[in-house]
Design a protein around this ligand. Sequence first.
Ligand code: ATP
Length: 370
Amino acid sequence: MASVRLESVVKRFGKVVAVNNVSLEIRDKEFFILLGPSGCGKTTTLRLIAGLEYPDSGRIYIDDRDVTFLEPKDRDIAMVFQNYALYPHMTVFQNIAFPLLLRRKKLGLTKDDIKKRVLEVARLLRIEELLHRKPGQLSGGQQQRVALARALIRRPKVWLMDEPLSNLDALLRLVMRAELKRLQKELGITTIYVTHDQAEALSMADRIAVMNKGRVIQVGTPDEVYLKPKHVFVGTFIGAPPMNVVKCKIEDHDGRLILSCPGFEREFPPGITPKKLPRTKEVVLGIRPEFIEVTDKPEPGTIKGKILVVEPLGSETILNININPEGEETIIKAKLPKLTKKYSAGETIYLKIDWSKVAVFDAETGFALT
Ligand code: ATP
């Protein structure tokens, strides 16, 4: 059993508030990901949980034990950080075995047990052939996998990982994501994982905390943060390409709420009437590129647009469309599964938006109105 709880944690570096009143509850056996742009406070949050930093205020609990000011060694955690410090004079095998050798008696392990564990984890990370080498004889990506192996060989209460796959090539990254997720589920070790890569977060996490400027903006399953972003920041940070945003005004036409948007007007989509109209009467529509279809001919409710750029991506195609050809350029990206027709720049097309999937945000605060 290992849950981790942060209660109103604040960490400042001089004037910078790196972690701003963060409260989180990470459940036992959960694969929990801290996701956000560079500088949002992910690493600092992880370092606070590890005990490499102490908070200015707030408390941190592992399994209801207050660990806020305990040293890392007293927290029963294993960590792997971006800057993987391997012991240069030891072989890869010795580096990986080291955490177990240190505690061999306490853990009741024989040398053969340790060897077996090293081989297992080396196989998982595709580094069996490197076990006799020294870190200086490895590439950056290989060193990173050795560092990861050294953390994974332990069976602590909590694994803490900071971008552990960042130095691997794209293909190996995909393989490792799946392997890591499988191992985590097999062993059931509560894991807190930091990344700025939204695809990595969506593919691996049980739940994701999306952070920005030291704050947690939303916590949810990958589906929740993807389909029901609480803030425009979440919608535009997650997704490839990210959510389209279109700023519109709300106008009251004899009691009917009309959205006046660049290039089109329409009634407020059914089912997404805001609970409270924003103060400024301005909203941002969040439209995911895959919830847009295109047709050659106008149909009721379609929006006219002009193709600016076509981006073929193999299994899908992204169209960059200006939906306001007569006014200020407003570009929307549409993701089409597979083109039956070849589109080219300059063509006029018509967009069919799935309004049931559109998010509406307060233009002033960025928070979802739906
Ligand atoms: P990245 O993805 O780039 O690693 P991050 O989300 O992990 O970013 P943090 O490393 O937690 O962000 O940094 C949060 C903020 O705190 C940043 O503004 C950073 O400059 C600042 N910061 C972090 N560590 C220190 C430090 N030791 N001294 C001063 N400022 C720091």
